[in-house]
Design a protein around this ligand. Structure first.
Ligand code: FAD
Length: 303
């Protein structure tokens, strides 16, 4: 297998990875950015809440970001990382990380993990067809579009309860649908105070609508007449890669722990964006990408 060497290798071509590539390649180090761009969460989004730009498609942002990164010298490889291994961390001087992609073996002095998260799906009819037409995976991103309209939030944990409380600030017709609620009594009280209707112990059978969501069909025979359905079932990160390197994860094993310099506990490995936890937003992803890019380049220069 062909082997290549880079100072900095960035896993992920979403906004965190692209911003990291822009900042690290301007520090005169060699940079490779890996991943399939149409798998970024941003690809399907339409951004209204990013400072200084409005009404722009995620696809357009990603394509522009890629052109910028390449213009500063970053090399792009449209492949997934399959394996990554660390040098002997007790003796790091000059050693490199080994990264295996679909076709290449790559050595890197520092690595930035910016692989984002995958939102868990409900897996019911209507979910895919009505995505962006009333179905959303992000209360913070899309909640505002449903002011004063009837909505349902689907999920069992505090993220779903938090989503329902967020929506209760915007509309007084909020349903929280849980197959098995795992929500603290304090949060339950808050939901009651805010007038959220909690349906516990029910499954969703279908999301109804003809080009736009019109109802949520439950397995107890009821159909909730809603215009918006927020699926808050949590997010899966690509944790096995990180865990295999000994990178510290949060207590729920969902996100990577990184400090304010975007350093993980493993010297030379940085992390940025959604993989570092909420808020799962582009503004946070690019901020963290910038910090990670600068620090990963500095690390590579020193080693
Ligand atoms: C429908 C929708 C609407 C949204 N709307 C908004 C909004 O209005 N405003 C807002 O701020 N945010 C919004 N978001 C959230 C925003 O898209 C994310 O916060 C942002 O994309 C996170 O950036 P990231 O770089 O961390 O991860 P991502 O953009 O998800 O990028 C992850 C990258 O990692 C790559 N990758 C994954 N696994 C591997 C691997 N093994 N090897 C190599 N590469 C890999 C992927 O191919 C991808 O390129 C929305 C998200 C969705 C899903």
């Amino acid at each position: 297998m062909h082997q290549e060497n880079y100072d900095v290798v960035i896993l992920g071509t979403g906004p965190a990875g692209l911003q990291a590539a822009i900042h690290s390649s301007r520090k005169n180090v060699s940079v490779l950015i890996l991943g399939k761009q149409d798998r970024s969460s941003l690809w399907w989004a339409h951004i209204e809440n990013f400072c200084c730009m409005s009404g722009i498609s995620g696809e357009q942002i990603l394509k522009t970001g890629m052109e910028q990164a390449q213009s500063f010298g970053a090399v792009f490889l449209d492949e997934d990382v399959l394996k990554i291994s660390a040098p002997d961390l007790s003796n790091l001087g000059g050693e490199s990380f080994s990264i295996t992609t679909e076709t290449k073996q790559i050595k890197a002095k520092s690595v930035i993990i910016a692989t984002g998260t995958t939102r868990n799906k409900l897996g019911v009819p209507g979910e895919k067809e009505l995505l962006g037409k009333g179905v959303s995976y992000c209360v913070e991103c899309d909640g505002n579009f449903f002011r004063n309209e009837p909505v349902a939030v689907v999920g069992n944990e505090s993220a779903a309860a938090g989503g329902a409380l967020h929506m209760a600030e915007l509309t007084d017709q909020v349903h929280l649908v849980c197959s098995k609620a795992e929500i603290s009594s304090k949060l339950m009280e808050q939901l009651k105070e805010k007038g959220v209707t909690v349906h516990d112990g029910v499954e969703v059978n279908e999301i109804e609508g003809n080009g736009q969501v019109s109802g949520l069909v439950l397995d107890n025979g009821k159909t909730l007449p809603v215009n918006g359905v927020f699926i808050e079932l949590g997010a899966k990160g690509i944790m096995s890669l990180a865990a295999s390197l000994g990178v510290q994860l949060d207590e729920n094993m969902k996100f990577i722990e990184a400090d304010k310099q975007q350093r993980t506990n493993v010297p030379g490995i940085f992390a940025a964006g959604d993989i570092c936890g909420p808020p799962l937003q582009m503004a946070k992803a690019v901020g963290e990408g910038c910090v990670a890019g600068i620090n990963a380049a500095n690390f590579a220069k020193k080693h």
